[in-house]
Design a protein around this ligand. Structure first.
Ligand code: GLC
Length: 570
């Protein structure tokens, strides 16, 4: 028997950008509640809610100043409970974002910690003396510059892997663990169904604070980004490799595994909850039963081009690396990544690529995570003026590029848009009304609305249109729900040399059903031979009008960019 989270399709909501009910230009819980029927109708099973906690918003909510409350701009704790109840009433589960690595610098714990060297909370964060008139060592923050910030009140430095407004907690202090586990219990007692764990790998750092040997700087990283722009090499994979060198002593220490095991034990005190890890290391599945239930398959999305060969290699690596009993988890976008169409589209067949991407998510083995707005084909919105940026990452990149690399503001803006994440966090496009129906007309929204809402990229227009992307999402989500092999079937790659299309079987032992999936990732029609023994496939789903509902497997015609799902018969 599979657990609910193995069968579920998750949908990520970025609360600031989903629906603004009270007309202040910022999304809120009341807005989400109002659209729960929409989500039910779309066919998703669970929501991952990005941080909804009080926050000064230096990192768009990932800098939390109170872990047991709701940001006032989003609503109240009572409203949160209403949201949870309303979601549950519709059989939609809710997982929250849990940020363990750091708090906001305005969290009362840090305010106390920085107040004096002998404050009881001093050791809740990581404080060190400087060295040779500078920071304690040469560690970088992944968001740029030194990972150490000097605090004149006490004459020491504190450590922050992310922004200086996000001081790292000291997880070697048992009091920190106790306080955070209480947070976990607080929400689980309220009835939330689990957590997406933020930045798992960075929770511990080298206890000896050894210097890195690598002298690779943030500016070097931007330079590298420029140099490989437009090349097929896989920018993200390259950056991954480089940052691996830069952060050797700051990430993925063995202690994280002990902590994940303890956290799992806490979560297991409650029935039926799930932990999903934002982690690069598949090792956070533990032995398959004792750490995280799911770890995002990020390598799949770390390419500039999705090709059949890329997906096959990814599945081969990922599935064979999973410990026994562990369940895969796939995604192609989130609040830190480009929008799917902007990332994987080719400019010519974007509508087709959007469909291929969804089909991939819903037919590969594992739990899929979708990102709000992808169902209507929302695209990146590059911002035109640095004053519009809200993501500190983009703002910092802009200034670094101008000050350290002597770049022109226009060039720097282009890169800041690439590095920054505002582009994929713009307001949800509900209708072709002003402000896309996200906020009332005339209200200034927290990030600009993508003007393409007026060209059909909105929910209302697409609801009416049976050929829209939204209708495709609804249809395919419904197909997945009623096709057991797509949920519990194993994955068997076929035609492993094919360059144009991805073909595989999903075979379900429990139901006896086997499905053939063919995703044609090219504009060339195919005539495919999967069987010499006269077997046939009955059509379950196709993105094209097919003349027949049954085809011999020895001569299966597949159209350009077709998504084909057939059940094996005979
Ligand atoms: C995770 C979040 C990202 C955030 C960072 C620091 O990577 O997904 O948005 O900036 O952690 O909390």
């Amino acid at each position: 028997m599979l657990a609910w989270w193995q069968k579920a399709v998750f949908y990520q909501i970025y609360p600031r950008s989903f629906a603004d009910r009270n007309g202040d230009g910022i999304g809120d819980l009341a807005g989400i509640i109002e659209h729960l029927d929409y989500l039910k109708d779309l066919g998703i099973d669970a929501i991952w809610l990005s941080p909804h906690y009080p926050s000064p918003q230096f990192d768009c909510g990932y800098d939390i100043s109170d872990y047991e409350n709701v940001a006032p701009e989003y609503g109240t704790l009572d409203e949160f409970k209403r949201f949870l109840d309303e979601a549950h009433r519709r059989d939609i589960r809710v997982i929250l974002d849990l940020v363990l690595n750091h708090t906001s610098h305005l969290h009362p714990w840090f305010i106390e910690s920085r107040s004096s060297r002998d404050n009881p909370k001093r050791d809740w964060y990581i404080w060190r003396d400087g060295k040779d008139g500078g920071p304690p060592n040469n560690w970088y923050s992944i968001f740029g510059g030194s990972a150490w910030e000097y605090d004149p009140t006490t004459g020491q430095y504190y450590y922050h892997f992310f922004l200086k407004e996000q001081p790292d907690l000291n997880w070697r202090n048992p009091k920190v663990k106790e306080a955070m586990f209480n947070v976990v219990r607080f929400w689980l007692n309220m009835g939330v169904d689990g957590f997406r764990l933020d930045a798992v790998g960075t929770i511990f750092e080298d206890p000896d604070f050894r210097d890195h040997r690598s002298r690779f700087t943030q500016a070097d990283l931007y330079k590298a980004l420029l140099a490989i722009r437009g090349e097929e090499k896989g920018r993200a994979a390259y950056l991954q490799e480089k940052t691996g060198e830069m952060f050797r002593y700051q990430r993925d220490l063995p202690e994280v595994h002990d902590l994940m095991q303890e956290l799992r034990a806490v979560v297991d005190e409650f029935p039926d909850r799930v932990l999903v890890g934002e982690a690069d290391d598949i090792a956070y599945y533990g032995d398959g039963t004792n750490e995280l239930h799911l770890v995002f398959n990020f390598p799949l999305m770390r390419t500039d081009r999705l090709t059949p060969a890329w997906v096959r290699a990814n599945q081969q690596d990922r599935l064979s690396a999973l410990p026994p009993g562990a369940w895969p988890c796939n995604t192609l976008s989130n609040h830190d990544s480009p929008r799917i169409i902007s990332h994987f589209g080719d400019g010519e067949h974007d509508a087709e690529w959007a469909r291929i991407c969804l089909a991939l998510m819903l037919t590969l083995k594992g739990t899929p995570f979708l990102y709000y707005g992808e169902e209507i084909g929302m695209t990146n919105l590059p911002l035109e003026d640095i004053g519009q940026f809200r993501d500190t990452l983009g703002i910092r990149a802009y200034h670094t590029l101008i000050q350290e690399l002597g770049m022109s503001p226009t060039e720097a803006l282009a890169i800041a848009n690439e590095v920054g994440r505002d582009k994929c966090r713009t307001p949800m496009q509900w209708a072709s009304a002003p402000n896309a129906g996200f906020s009332p007309a005339g209200v200034q929204t927290w990030l600009p609305v993508n003007p393409n809402y007026a060209q059909g990229v909105n929910v209302a227009d697409q609801t009416e249109d049976p050929n829209s992307l939204l209708s495709f999402y609804r249809h395919l989500l419904a197909v997945r729900r009623r096709t057991p092999a797509l949920i519990d079937g194993d994955y068997v790659p076929l035609h492993e040399d094919a360059e144009d299309y991805l073909a595989f079987l999903r075979r379900s032992e429990a139901s006896g059903q086997s499905c053939l999936i063919v995703l044609n990732m090219s504009d060339r029609p195919q005539k495919l031979d999967f069987d010499k023994n006269g077997r046939a496939a009955r059509l379950i789903f196709s993105s094209r009008d097919r003349p027949t509902s049954e085809d011999p497997l020895s001569a299966l015609p597949i159209g350009p960019f077709e998504v084909y799902i057939g059940e094996l018969i005979g």
